[in-house]
Design a protein around this ligand. Structure first.
Ligand code: ATP
Length: 364
């Protein structure tokens, strides 16, 4: 049993009437893994989580928990508690009573209930609020009560649906480290739904990116960030420098690609099967795109574009460019470098890149 994944989705579909909310989704989650499901609003992430919790039944396919198909198994017998954005705490019960609730439902004797609830309140640093009403707590304290209430039954897996989205930025970052440390200490599997890349990438061991009911990519944050498989994932992660064209020649690992913006040389580092005549898309990360002024000497892989916007955050500047054909590019450079170069709004500049600093999208 130890090597069986704790969760397996096998070609799962979920339709609401004629609308397909989740389509042919398959993935596995390892024991003790922190998995984030990420995607924009309406992509099917909550429906996926709700099927795991038993709050929705799949229309087709199988869901296995600990190797056992759960099909119609009711929520209460699945041992998959869920923490919601709204928290769904009982306002008429005290903190302690909220945390004890799940144990009471399981008929755990009173003395043991109290001890276990206090242990989790203590562990989450909120024991001093045990007798307060929920209304007398801050957002972060309520968050901890919701976690204590789910963890008190000592489940093997905890489902979290956008649990931090109602918190302010500072508290969000603090709670991210609380969750991350808790998950590592307890060794419980966490399945965490979010639309926030920073939450998913800072906490999860692996991330699933969904769009329109389908899985677009599954991988570690590093794999997804550096090697998005397709245009959707690249754009979702904020990469705006995506070039599309046709391969005009292949010379070893070097591909010549004809695009609307010109002919570029790129290195096929992953040695993907590519030949002349194939369509291809590739990205260049904004920090790897270089900038020069238009009147400088000709450069390899260069594109003339106009500066249409600037954004400064701390020591870094994001420069937004647009080519005559309407391709939008983004360059990220230290503020100082931009100042020295004399980059100004409406000025024409040359953006260029090294053949080694491209990433070919494997799915066009
Ligand atoms: P969000 O981030 O906005 O919560 P999500 O990715 O979690 O989005 P889901 O809640 O899984 O999205 O919904 C996926 C799609 O299924 C949406 O288009 C939604 O309108 C639809 N949907 C969800 N539940 C139902 C339902 N009970 N009846 C009909 N359609 C539904």
């Amino acid at each position: 049993m130890q090597n069986t994944p704790i969760v397996a989705f096998d070609q799962v579909n979920k339709s609401f009437g004629n609308f397909v909310a989740v389509e042919n989704v398959s993935f596995e989650i390892g024991r003790g893994e922190f998995l984030a499901i990420m995607g924009s609003s309406g992509c099917g992430k909550t429906t996926t989580l709700r099927m795991l919790a038993g709050l929705e039944a799949p229309s087709q396919g199988r869901i296995l928990l600990d190797g056992e198909e759960v099909g119609d198994k009711p929520t209460w017998s699945r041992d998959t508690p869920m923490v919601w954005q709204s928290l769904a705490l009982f306002p008429f019960l005290t903190v302690q009573e909220n945390v004890e609730f799940g144990l009471k439902m399981r008929k755990v004797p009173r003395k043991e209930r109290i001890e276990r609830a206090r242990k989790w309140l203590d562990r989450l640093g909120i024991l001093e609020f045990a007798d307060r009403n929920i209304a007398q707590l801050s957002g972060g304290q309520r968050q901890r009560v919701a976690l204590a209430r789910s963890l008190v039954t000592e489940p093997k897996i905890l489902l979290l649906d956008e649990p931090l989205s109602a918190l302010d930025a500072h508290l969000k970052v603090r709670m991210q480290s609380v969750l991350s440390n808790l998950q590592k200490d307890l060794g419980i599997t966490f399945v965490y739904v979010t639309h926030s890349m920073s939450e998913a990438f800072s906490m999860a061991d692996r991330v699933i990116i969904m769009s329109r009911g389908k899985v677009e990519q599954i991988g570690t944050p590093e794999e997804i960030f550096h090697h998005p498989t397709n245009r959707f994932v690249a754009e979702f992660l904020g990469s705006s420098n995506i070039f599309t064209g046709v391969i005009s020649s292949v010379n070893g690992d070097t591909l010549s690609v004809r695009t609307k913006e010109g002919v570029f040389e790129i290195r096929n580092q992953k040695k993907l099967e590519k030949q002349a005549g194939d369509s291809i898309s590739f990205t260049v990360r904004s920090e790897q795109l270089k900038l020069d002024l238009e009147d400088s000497k000709p450069l390899l892989n260069s594109i003339v574009a106009t500066v249409v916007g600037e954004e400064f955050s701390g020591a870094m500047a994001n420069i937004f460019l647009e080519t005559a054909d309407g391709l939008e590019l983004q360059v990220q450079k230290p503020h100082e470098e931009i100042r020295k170069l004399g980059v100004r709004h409406n000025r024409n500049v040359v953006a260029y890149f090294d053949p080694d600093q491209c990433h070919i999208l494997s799915e066009g």
